[in-house]
Ligand binder design. Structure first.
Ligand code: HEM
Ligand SMILES: *[C@@H]1O[C@H](CO)[C@@H](O)[C@H](O)[C@H]1NC(C)=O
Ligand SMILES: *[C@@H]1O[C@H](CO)[C@@H](O)[C@H](O)[C@H]1NC(C)=O
Length: 336
């Protein structure tokens, strides 16, 4: 235990040094940053499509009111977009005979939904201002609306992302964190994207809404759920809907306390040992989770601090850019 926490701290330090080093090296090019195609700004569409965020908000409002599953689905889609090549709409590209996208990657297949809603929003944007608003920005704005519509915090979304002319099935399989992974791997995957441990704990709070399939948490309920939680009733319910060898696709709420409300109850569940995914419970129960335990307790006690950290972390996650730039797709599913 001491050994692993020590090596973790060392790699953390190395990482910080690497960041500092890059920072020093990049000072020479800072003056070009305004010309950088990837530089995000709040007023990016002020002249070219002033109604963009309004259109997305009203479309999200009606989509969520007719199907509440849409909000969590689009929030997760933005996350899976940003963790592969940066927030560049790569997750939205359809497979063709000659092109392999990210939709069949392990974390996405049979799991990401709502592409039809993205198409519908995009068609409204196209009729208002053709060829202007990127699919990647659409996802960033829709994710913010999903959170607000569920009662969560508001934040201003920096804009100006470009849509990729590529996708990476391989990176979708390697870079997106998995529910059965342990704390060190989870932290490393966020660090690799320039996000901190605090970002990871705050962003995991997204699991205050939405659902997971049996296949995502079966190992946990037949494994250590019984040791972390005293709520035998909840465990029994989960085992009943997810027998050991069937019903892979049955779903249940990630936050069984307040499933559709964006609040801090997710963290209260973790303190009670009732995190649904192994990756959720790791934040509180991992033997090396000193820093994450403190954050979980703080967020469980103070929803305003959680909301503040969550909004800041969403802006940082949304700021992961694809250095190759790109285009504004006419149709989110295909390159122009
Ligand atoms: C910490 C690492 C994370 C892991 C291992 C993880 C894993 C998962 C898994 C396995 C599911 C259930 C998928 C299924 O069974 O079909 C899920 C759902 C979800 N995740 Fe995460 N996630 C993580 C972080 C995040 C982040 C950073 C966000 C957003 C910023 C997010 C947003 C969501 C949402 C909203 C759902 C519900 C989706 C729905 O209802 O359709 N997750 N996550
Ligand atoms: C789980 O899946 C089975 C088979 O598809 C279905 O009959 C059952 O109603 C589902 N249960 C829940 C709780 O979703
Ligand atoms: C976003 O990224 C740019 C460079 O890519 C950086 O200058 C800026 O500080 C970042 N903003 C946030 C909020 O992380």
């Amino acid at each position: 235990m001491a050994g692993s926490s020590l090596s973790f701290n060392l790699s953390n330090l190395r990482c910080n040094l690497a960041v500092l080093f890059c920072f020093i090296c990049s000072c020479g090019v800072v003056m070009f940053s305004e010309a950088d195609a990837n530089y995000l700004t709040l007023d990016y569409y002020a002249k070219t499509c002033p109604k963009a965020s309004e259109i997305i908000h009203s479309q999200m409002e009606s989509a969520v009111s007719s199907d509440p599953r849409v909000g969590p689905r689009l929030l997760r889609m933005h996350f899976h977009d940003c963790f592969v090549q940066g927030c560049d709409g790569s997750v939205l590209l359809d497979d063709t005979e000659t092109f392999k996208g990210e939709k069949t990657a392990g974390p996405n297949i049979n799991s990401l939904h709502g592409f039809d809603v993205v198409d519908k929003i995009k068609s409204h944007l196209e009729s208002e201002c053709p060829g202007v608003v990127s699919c990647a920005d659409l996802l960033a704005l829709a994710a913010k609306d999903a959170v607000i519509l569920a009662g969560g915090p508001y934040w201003d979304v920096p804009l100006g992302r470009k849509d990729s002319r590529s996708a990476s099935l391989e990176k979708a399989n390697t870079d997106i964190p998995l529910p059965n992974q342990g704390l060190i791997t989870l932290i490393s995957k966020f660090l690799a994207k320039g996000l901190s441990t605090t970002d990871m704990v705050a962003l995991s709070g997204s699991h205050t809404i939405g659902v997971a399939r049996c296949t995502s948490f079966r190992d946990r309920i037949y494994g250590d759920y019984q040791y972390t939680s005293k709520d035998g009733g909840e465990l029994l319910r989960l085992k009943k809907m997810c027998p050991e060898k069937k019903n892979d696709e049955n779903t249940t709420n990630l936050d069984h306390t307040t499933p559709t409300l964006f609040d801090n109850a997710y963290y209260g569940n973790l303190v009670k040992g009732e995190g649904l995914l192994n990756s959720d419970q790791e934040l509180y129960s991992s033997i090396i989770g000193f820093q994450t335990v403190k954050l979980v307790k703080k967020y469980a006690e103070d929803s305003l601090i959680f909301f503040k950290h969550y909004s800041d972390s969403m802006v940082r996650m949304g700021n992961i850019t694809n250095p190759h730039g790109g285009e504004v797709r006419n149709n989110c599913r295909v390159m122009n």
